[in-house]
Write a new protein. Structure first.
Length: 361
């Protein structure tokens, strides 16, 4: 029956035959009859060959934040839309040896992931060049960093030129009294540099508000979520707390790399130490790193150190892994779940976010 229906369907798609006068309707020659028989046989054969046996392009695995697990075939009598699961957890991970060299040749078998101390089955591993980068640069434009502003702009411009590869995108948020998205995601380095050059140092520092804005902007974007935060870590204008800001960053699956914009001197005051704590907490909780360039009298040395920091950040970002797993917990309570990622090879150090917030029913 199916074969008959298929042939009928194909016949409906064929153009209508023209009427041929009887005088011209001679019996086909033997060779013509042979072609007709072969054509009909080909149609019948095509109709009964399973689609899976027909050659087709191989699709390469690509990272997606959506549920990609195999699903049962849909019941023809129950054609309801499939709702994708929200159980897929993504963990951006960096691995280095005891000398600080990045290790980028690991496989799924080299990792173990625990959620609330329960081992999880790793669903996928993607390397940095398989997953586009979505980077938000939080640039402190408050008046407190005015004396370093120009060379920090130039250093950030050099960072953009070395970090963005084809398919990657970056955005800039200025950190001042009122944080502002200065430029949306773009792969155009010249536009990013031009945006940096037009920033002005003024106002207070609403760092936590800027972190929340960056997390909100990153959250729906596909790819690796990274925030680079250039600031002294001192918040003087936000209506939110550090805990609230970090919660939003965790919900955005983002990693923070913090660069202290003024350095920390040996005679640091309470405000300086508080800023140092903020930078460390933000990076360690999300699986990133924080950097505190020393203070020099010579600006050339400060520029050299800042460039070196950005090179180290870029190298780590390019060596990241994206690990994914489906949580074994069915709870939809919106609670924080701790994550621990371990490397099975001895002597390796792993950096990954400390946890995530479960979906809420």
């Amino acid at each position: 029956m199916k074969l008959l229906e298929t042939l009928k369907a194909k016949s409906r798609l064929m153009p209508a035959e023209k009427h041929i006068p009887e005088a011209a309707s001679a019996t086909p020659a033997p060779r013509a009859r042979t072609r007709i028989i072969i054509s009909i046989a080909a149609v019948v054969l095509f109709a009964v060959i399973p689609i899976a046996l027909i050659p087709h392009p191989v699709a390469h695995a690509a990272f997606s934040r959506q549920d990609t697990r195999p699903r049962r075939a849909a019941d023809p009598q129950d054609e309801k839309p499939v709702k994708l699961s929200t159980d897929l957890v993504t963990v951006l991970t960096a691995v280095s040896d005891t000398s600080g060299n990045h290790i980028d040749n690991l496989t799924v078998k080299d990792f173990t992931i625990f959620e609330n101390n329960t081992p999880q089955e790793i669903a996928g591993l993607y390397k940095a060049d398989q997953v586009p980068l979505k980077l938000v640069f939080l640039f402190d434009t408050s008046s407190s960093i005015k004396h370093r502003f120009e060379f920090e702009q130039r250093a950030a411009a050099r960072f953009f030129r070395q970090i963005l590869k084809p398919g990657d995108q970056a955005a800039i948020i200025s950190v001042s009294t009122d944080p502002r998205l200065e430029i949306q995601f773009t792969s155009d380095v010249n536009r990013l540099v031009d945006t940096l050059e037009h920033l002005e140092a003024k106002g207070a520092t609403a760092l936590y508000s800027a972190m929340i804005e960056a997390a909100t902007y990153l959250r729906p974007a596909d790819g690796r979520h990274v925030m680079v935060m250039l600031s002294d870590g001192s918040d003087t204008a936000s209506g939110s707390s550090l805990a609230q800001a970090l919660a939003e960053v965790q919900k955005a699956d983002a990693v923070i790399y913090g660069v202290h914009s003024t350095g920390v001197a040996p005679s640091a005051n309470v405000q300086d130490l508080a800023g140092e704590f903020v930078m460390k907490a933000a990076s360690e909780d999300t699986g990133g790193r924080s950097f505190f360039p020393p203070i020099y009298q010579n600006q050339k040395e400060e520029i050299r150190d800042l460039d070196d920091i950005y090179k180290r950040i870029a190298a780590e970002i390019r060596a990241q892994y994206v690990l994914t797993y489906y949580s074994k917990s069915d709870a939809r309570d919106g609670r924080f779940r701790e994550i621990r990622v371990e490397a099975k090879r001895p002597g390796l150090q792993v950096r990954a976010r400390r946890g995530y917030y479960a979906a809420k029913a």
